[in-house]
Design a protein around this ligand. Structure first.
Ligand code: G3P
Ligand code: MG
Length: 328
């Protein structure tokens, strides 16, 4: 296995270019592979005229599962080996802040029941709390919601005032979470927690014919309610595509995959995305080539994209074909 990994790294290192693939709207619709995505990834894995393995990573504003859990799901759906070494989710970058905040109480938002607590603990956040912990401690916080049995079983007692709020994934109970966050941000005796969002997407493409609201829509709702309460704008940190912080983090992983030492020249990177505001904007700003495909958020009937890609193509297979023709 070590020998074949060395060969793969060797082969990948020969490639003068690399890919960064978005997931939702490029490779998947919901849990299903977009039909041509499997072929596109096989071409990148070596099924091409040169038999060359082209280094790539998947970079998503999605999340809500551990990287290894999501990677094994993606492997079975896409038919190529995805591991936590070629997958970056919206919250993966939060691993880097755990050494600094790992001993502080943090409030984690988003995802199903206590999945994101477990992810945060796996990153090294020893004191991770959820909105359901606060509601279980005092049901008066939001009298219009009763915890499910599953939530009650997952509750952690005595949630403290958090130092940090990490919005890992798309919140499921906006009403409770907006109420709780406003309580914590305007607390009479405690300093406001630092607020970190991992995904600015207002819209994303699942398996519904039209785009769905993402974590960015939650942030817009919270900001509006917070402003009515305080007349202030919401002080926060934004991570995720299109931020340069996330693209720099992605470049680091891509260099590892391409077998390139830190500080050395990165090959040309082609970002393949469906959302002009996250995939194309971020890639363009970071100096990567960008390819906008028509299988996701962007709808050409609505006019030109807000951010212009290097190329617009129908789908990810055409994107890989175009790059390979251009590069080989
Ligand atoms: O929650 C997922 C969504 O916001 C976007 O996912 O893969 O298109 O970046 P992706
Ligand atoms: Mg997408």
């Amino acid at each position: 296995a070590r020998f074949s990994r060395a060969l793969q790294t060797e082969a990948a290192a020969k490639s003068p270019f690399a890919f960064c693939f978005d997931i939702d709207g490029v490779l998947l619709h919901g849990h299903q592979a977009i039909p041509c995505a499997k072929k596109a990834l096989r071409m990148v894995e070596g099924e091409n005229s040169r038999g060359l393995k082209i280094p790539y990573i998947l970079l998503t504003n999605g999340g809500g599962k551990t990287e290894s859990e999501r990677a094994s799901e993606l492997t079975s759906v896409l038919g190529v080996e995805i591991t936590e070494h070629n997958l970056i989710q919206a919250h993966t970058i939060l691993k880097t802040a755990a050494p600094r905040y790992g001993d502080e109480p943090v409030l984690v938002l988003g995802g199903e029941v206590d999945k994101c607590r477990k992810i945060a603990e796996g990153y090294g956040y020893k004191h991770a709390y959820l909105p359901i912990d606060y509601l279980a401690a005092d049901p008066r916080i939001w009298p219009f919601y009763k915890l499910t049995e599953e939530e009650r079983a997952a509750v952690k007692p005595n949630p403290p005032h958090p130092k940090l709020v990490l919005v890992f994934h798309d919140p499921r109970n906006w009403a409770l979470e907006i109420q709780l966050l406003c309580d914590l941000l305007v607390h009479p005796n405690e300093p406001p927690p630092k607020l970190v969002f991992c995904n600015p997407d207002i819209l994303w493409r699942s398996d519904f014919p039209a785009p769905r609201f993402g974590q960015g829509a939650f942030k817009a709702a919270l900001s509006a309610v917070y402003h009515t309460r305080t007349s202030k704008s919401l002080d926060h940190v934004q991570l995720g595509k299109p931020t340069g912080t996330t693209y720099k983090f992605a470049e680091g992983l891509l260099m590892q995959r391409a077998g390139i030492q830190a500080g050395k020249e990165m090959p040309r990177v082609y970002m393949v995305g469906d959302n002009p505001e996250s995939d194309i904007a971020g890639a363009n700003a970071y100096g990567w080539d960008s390819i906008l495909v028509g299988t996701g958020v962007y709808d050409s009937n609505e006019g030109p994209p807000t951010y212009f890609p290097s190329r617009m193509l129908n789908n990810v297979e055409q994107a890989v074909e175009w790059v390979i023709d251009r590069e080989f």
